[in-house]
Design a protein around this ligand. Structure first.
Ligand code: NAD
Length: 299
């Protein structure tokens, strides 16, 4: 089917996203520095790329799903990278969550070789990556977006173009502020209810249908009650997003007082050895302060 897709970055998110493209009948050539991840996606039907450059040479559309701005710069602009390999006319779709300014920088650099870049970060976490129901926020030229929309719709339940290059990542920063502060509010509230002597599971069931109900509440409270902090979305990655939000706020002149607080709470958890926990693990910060644990009454 259709165009050959290169996929670079097969982590918690990239692996299920690539597998969904294979299931939909697309032909994929893949690369990651983690050989196990590559082997798993090759077993699902992808071709193994010898290098990033090799993947780019063989693809009309190149998707990247990497941790942060420096990784995207390295993979795209570095030696033996995407830019060296890609053919003029190729479309680079960076689905990583990175600083909007870096999206613009990388886009300007690849334009010189007639490569168009789109930033298309996602929200929804591993479960929605597996289901192919991610929310995808797209920045970049409208005509390039039209050419990759079908592919994005395989991975996403909602695919919305919000503006020019960088605006996908600006939207993602807004998303990450809202998610982080929701998790903090949920944690603070659940610790209060538990220490005041009310069963936290009953509190959750009582409030989830009202105004306090949210996707975050439904996704994270059951995991907290099970004491399951396996990522999902790692605290260290959320710190990265909030730092990008704070930097962007400083660039454009927007103070972000609450974002700074939750970022420092996550920083405290990192110091406490919990950087690789799921971001639902923020509850542990409040639990330590209050000397109580939020869990099912049967546990
Ligand atoms: P991850 O760390 O699990 O995966 C990143 C992958 O990139 C790894 O497999 C790593 O080996 C690979 N990689 C790193 N440097 C590389 C290089 N130079 N060349 C080739 N491969 C390289 O991270 P993830 O959770 O999959 O997240 C990826 C992006 O998606 C991040 O920007 C993250 O913020 C964002 N995101 C994650 C989630 C989530 O719930 N995990 C949700 C939404 C968005």
């Amino acid at each position: 089917m259709g165009k050959k897709i290169g996929f670079i970055g097969l982590g918690i998110m990239g692996k299920p996203m690539a597998k969904n493209l294979l299931k939909a009948g697309y032909s994929l050539v893949v690369f990651d520095i983690n050989a196990d991840a590559v082997n798993e996606v090759v077993a699902a039907g992808a071709e193994k790329g010898d290098s990033i450059k090799d993947v780019a040479q063989k693809s009309e559309i190149i998707i990247t799903m990497l941790p942060n701005s420096p990784h995207v710069k390295q993979v795209v602009l570095g030696e033996n990278g995407v830019l060296e390999g890609a053919n003029p006319g190729a479309i680079l779709v960076d689905m990583s969550s990175i600083a909007p300014l870096v999206s613009k920088e990388v886009s300007d650099a690849v334009k010189k070789k007639d490569i168009v870049m789109i930033d298309a970060p996602v929200s929804g976490g591993e479960p929605k990556a597996i289901d192919g129901t991610l929310s995808i926020m797209v920045g970049g030229p409208a005509d390039a977006f039209e050419q990759v929309k079908d592919i994005l719709e395989v991975m996403g339940g909602s695919v919305v173009r919000v503006g020019e290059i960088g605006s996908g990542n600006t939207t993602k920063l807004a998303n990450q502020i809202i998610v982080a502060l929701n998790i903090a509010a949920m944690s603070e509230a659940m610790v209060l209810a538990t220490k005041a002597g009310v069963d936290p599971e009953s509190v959750y069931q009582a409030i989830r249908g009202g105004l306090a109900g949210s996707t975050v509440l439904d996704a994270k409270v059951p995991l907290v009650l099970d004491r399951n902090f396996k990522p999902g979305f790692r605290i260290e990655l959320h710190i990265k997003d909030l730092m990008n939000a704070i930097d962007t706020g400083h660039e454009v002149g927007v103070p972000l007082p609450l974002t700074t607080q939750i970022m420092e709470i996550m920083q405290a958890l990192k110091v406490d050895g919990k950087a690789k926990d799921d971001h639902g693990g923020v509850v542990q910060f409040y639990e330590k302060l209050a000397q109580i644990e939020v869990k099912r009454s049967s546990k």
